[in-house]
Design a protein around this ligand. Structure first.
Ligand code: ATP
Ligand code: MG
Length: 638
């Protein structure tokens, strides 16, 4: 076995997709400009990010672009003063954006609300004033236990406007998971809703919030704000609980924007918990704003007429950067949908795209896999011609799912932009642009100003075609500024491979320098000395027409050390039998070669996932081996 820990790469995906000439002509960044940006950023990274920062408004400019004297702790734009909300809202009120739609929201029952930048600005100001009158001050933690409602966006912005720190907790989390986060963040205020609509039902949320507060740390959560969504009767504790509408009704339309240091915390967000205990990732006003603004506008080629729909839940970083802050910084129009993608039937997303003329649709592979199972008749029933770009994030997308999306949603015209990033990175790191030649399943290359490498355990680059550990080799502006109350935890990211940021993912680089994410480092399978990333094995299963999705884990094997076991979900209409098992094994072998021996295949109706929809292989493995499941508060047990 290779002692350095490099991985074998078995997947040979050779299809390539070129952007249409019209798209290249109209792109904000054309191929020559991208080339020039890469060269500039490589020669003068500080100059590159300084130029990006100059596109935004600051109360006072920086003394320096980056202070890394306390490395791995980095200060971006030290000495500068700013507030991200000034750039996301306040400044638009002085321009033609004032009367443009900032948010189009649709509730699951079909009700809608729309906010212009001016209306959103005023609503945020009113709630900012309300927060101040509740005693919330700069640096206080405000926890949002909220589904996809306009008030979620409003509360995030109002909190940031007054310099407090928001932490959004996914509304699907249990009382226990919420309590854990309240305690860890020492939250002073909790914002929630009476309930929300999900798959035709009303989910009561305030009740769960109340339950979470029983046994929460004594000196946190002095007050609770409750948004009325479903007009439910809920218990209100006198002096502690307030209805949102009662609070904002009496407030003024103007509110001062707190002047923040560039490095002051903006939000705290717990990671999805795919691999273990959730970590509280901290992002700051200045660096985060620069990194998100530059990467979102570059990758998604934002135009004044765009309608941008990031379908992620506000509980995840995807929505923070690409649903709330990014689109507002870019002055574009965002779409938000409250409910279940299949309610009342499996075409809800396409009906939303068609009705609002969505131009950019950004989602996760899990959503695509689910929609694929329902077939193409649902998208076919809608006019999706407004779509210009598609994007995915969160997991490796199998080439089959990529092509399904490209053909059936994107009319074989819209590039599918596979973006790799993390809660920790804050912004897109490895991603194509609309002008990029695409290979389905590859996240292409680092964006200008980002440097990544694929290395072995010693930190030495592995040769093209081999897999290894994905690392980031220089700081970037939207990098987390730390882990909440966990300095050691933050240092660990930089200590595994000294001086480099260890992403925890395995990847390979091909001959063209394209990067293919092979999965999480913890999920690597070692078959007779061949180390293989689960994403490649799973992608090979997905080539078979019966397979909807697959998860592959390593199980102990007396001869080979480890062998692969697959958990397979079949498309509707297929039944598991011995012929199918043989056929699946043959498909995988044809795709990947003789190394990819599949020891056994189990069929199941669904795979264990995080609440953000990612496959949790560690749960499959623990169940298979009868081990302790570890922290499963992040497990979706719906
Ligand atoms: P935890 O760190 O608690 O285990 P998590 O890593 O799932 O949770 P996130 O920060 O939401 O939390 O997800 C980032 C991870 O998602 C990446 O490290 C990677 O494993 C995966 N990921 C994100 N984008 C892509 C992509 N385009 N292709 C493949 N994997 C991706
Ligand atoms: Mg992670």
């Amino acid at each position: 076995m290779d002692q350095s820990g490099a991985l074998d790469s078995l997947l040979q995906e050779e299809r390539v997709f070129r952007p249409l000439p019209q798209l290249v002509i109209e792109a904000n960044v054309n191929p020559q400009e991208l080339d020039a940006a890469r060269k500039f950023a490589a020669m003068d990274p500080m100059g590159y990010w300084e130029e990006a920062a100059d596109e935004l408004d600051w109360f006072k400019k920086w003394d320096q672009v980056l202070d890394d004297s306390q490395s791995p702790f980095c200060k971006w734009f030290p000495g500068a003063r700013c507030n991200i909300v000034y750039n996301a809202l306040d400044r638009h009120i002085e321009t033609a954006n004032k009367n443009k739609l900032a948010l189009i929201w649709e509730g699951e029952p079909g009700d809608t609300r729309k906010y212009t930048y001016f209306e959103l600005y005023r609503e945020v100001n009113r709630f900012a004033n309300a927060l101040r009158s509740l005693g919330i001050r700069k640096g206080d933690r405000v926890l949002l236990y909220m589904p996809q409602l306009p008030e979620t966006m409003i509360a995030m912005l109002a909190t940031a406007k007054i310099g407090a720190i928001h932490s959004v907790v996914f509304a699907g989390f249990s009382a226990k998971a919420l309590r854990q986060r309240i305690n860890d963040a020492q939250a002073k205020l909790l914002i929630t809703t009476d309930g929300f609509y999900r798959n035709g039902r009303i989910i009561r949320l305030k009740d769960t919030a109340d339950e979470a507060l029983i046994g929460a740390c004594a000196d946190c959560v002095e007050s609770m704000v409750v948004v009325r969504r479903c007009n439910l009767g809920v218990d209100m504790v006198d002096g502690r609980d307030f209805h949102y509408d009662d609070l904002v009704r009496q407030e003024r339309n103007e509110a001062p924007t707190e002047v923040m240091d560039s490095g002051d915390p903006l939000f705290l967000l717990y990671t999805s918990g795919t691999t273990g205990k959730p970590k509280g990732i901290v992002h700051s006003h200045g660096g985060y704003m620069v990194g998100v603004h530059r990467t979102l506008t570059t990758v998604f080629d934002i135009k004044p007429t765009d309608i941008f729909w990031c379908a992620a839940d506000p509980g995840w970083v995807t929505s923070h950067s690409s649903g709330v802050y990014g689109p507002l910084l870019a002055g574009t129009t965002s779409v938000m949908y409250e409910g279940h993608p299949n309610y009342p039937q499996a075409d809800r997303l396409w009906s939303i795209v068609a009705r609002y003329g969505v131009t950019i649709f950004y989602t996760a592979p899990t959503m695509i896999r689910m929609l694929m199972r329902f077939g193409t008749q649902y998208p076919k029933g809608h006019d999706l011609s407004s779509l210009r770009l598609l994007g995915t994030v969160g997991e490796t997308i199998s080439p089959e799912a990529w092509i399904w999306l490209y053909k059936n949603i994107g009319r074989s015209e819209c590039p599918v932009l596979d973006t790799w990033w993390q809660t920790e990175t804050g912004m897109f790191m490895l991603a194509p642009l609309p002008i990029t030649l695409l290979k389905p399943g590859s996240v292409t290359k680092p964006l200008p100003g980002v440097e990544a490498d694929v290395v072995d355990r010693n930190g030495d680059p592995v040769e093209p075609g081999k897999g290894g550990l994905l690392v980031l080799t220089r700081p970037w502006p939207a990098m987390m500024t730390g882990l909440w109350n966990d300095e050691e935890g933050y240092r660990e990211y930089w200590e595994k491979i000294p001086g480099r940021y260890y992403a925890g993912d395995v990847a390979r680089r091909d001959e063209d320098g394209y990067i293919w994410i092979q999965g999480r480092a913890d999920d690597v399978i070692n078959i007779a000395g061949h180390r293989i990333g689960p994403a490649e094995l799973e992608a090979a299963f997905c080539v078979h027409r019966a397979v909807s999705e697959a998860a592959v884990i390593g199980v102990p094997d007396r001869i080979k050390g480890e062998a692969a076991k697959a958990f397979v979900v079949l498309h509707h209409g297929f039944e598991p039998d011995d012929d199918l098992i043989r056929d699946l094994k043959r498909t995988v072998r044809n795709e990947l070669g003789p190394v990819a021996v599949i020891k056994s295949i189990a069929f199941c109706d669904k795979l264990p996932r995080t609440r953000s929809g990612k496959i949790m292989r560690r749960v499959l493995k623990a169940e298979e081996l009868g081990l302790d499941l570890g922290d499963v508060t992040g497990l979706d047990d719906e």
